[in-house]
Design a protein around this ligand. Sequence first.
Ligand SMILES: Nc1ncnc2c1ncn2[C@@H]1O[C@H](COP(=O)(O)OP(=O)(O)O)[C@@H](O)[C@H]1O
Ligand SMILES: [Mg+2]
Length: 365
Amino acid sequence: MTPDLECTDLTRRFGETLAVDDVSFSVPAGSFFSILGPSGCGKTTIMRMIAGFLEPTSGDIQIKGRSVLDVPPNKRPVNMVFQHLALFPMMNVEANIGYGLRRAGMAKPEISRKVDEVLERIGLPGVGKRKVDELSGGQRQRIAIARCMVLEPDVLLLDEPLGALDLKLRERMKIELKALQAEFDTTFVYITHDQSEALVMSDRIAVMNKGKFEQVGTGQDLYFRPQTPFVASFVGDSNRWRGTVERTSGSTVELRTETGLTMRAAAKSPQAKGATVDIFVRPEAIRLAHDDADLAQFDNRIFGRVSSLLFNGAASRILVESYESGGEVEVTLPQSGEFSDLKRGVPVHIGWTAENANCFAAGEG
Ligand SMILES: Nc1ncnc2c1ncn2[C@@H]1O[C@H](COP(=O)(O)OP(=O)(O)O)[C@@H](O)[C@H]1O
Ligand SMILES: [Mg+2]
């Protein structure tokens, strides 16, 4: 099936700045696609090119199989929701949602019917006569989306739409946005610098860095199988070490970190003896035990003492300082609550597999 959106070799320069560098991707109909990356990596520039506010330096943008490069923004079958929702404060909800339809010349009764229908679908029936500033932040968010959805775009572009909301509301809106997307069955392209937003909502995510896509995949792909050190460090938390390869055996390497830990790790690209590498191990991939014998199946084992307790409810962690090298390792406490009464200074054993230690050439990305 033809994808709803397909960008091919998309590039945009601003003078010397290469804001978007040869990016290609396609988004199947009805799916939720996110572009995740740090501020300044080129996300908004991609959106503005898709929406038609900015011309690509080179490359093509197709919507439902047709190039839209020579289609002006108001004629493209896309709509864009910005961080600052730009609802008209002087108009009521109905007038806000009907704005685009009025501009398109639709008859009043028809507009009224469409507005009622979309308010129903976003779970806010009957608020049409209310002023925008009588609504909560979350309701305003839904109205902003309804205002786009009523135009029935092929693709909805959302540029950090939750960025201005407080944390609690953002958490709730993540769930609501995902539900709205499923309800309308519209293709969403969502950009954010917040990995949790991307992981929770998306069918697929592109991780973007310095104008390029580093990896495109499901949340699970990015989290468990990062292909570049940038993805490994940007998505989720990791222990991160720099080290030197001492031995190699197939794709497994033995190395020593700068902090003096010896480790077996999985090389994501071929490494030779003496190579400098970066190693990433997730805190939740590390097992805790009172007895080293319980960790026999792990390639990497350390005996140390608890040097810090980082209490954070179900996501609590500890730092373990190796007796041998003094290096520290961050470890997630098990959900079972088994180690919830650990105290600082207590000796513990920790272990993790080589497979859970992702190793890349140092400085890659
Ligand atoms: N109109 C512009 N003129 C010059 N440089 C720009 C313009 N728009 C964006 N840039 C530059 O392009 C890069 C990417 O910007 P942007 O797409 O806004 O990033 P993001 O949305 O990921 O934060 C930045 O270096 C930014 O300074
Ligand atoms: Mg931006």
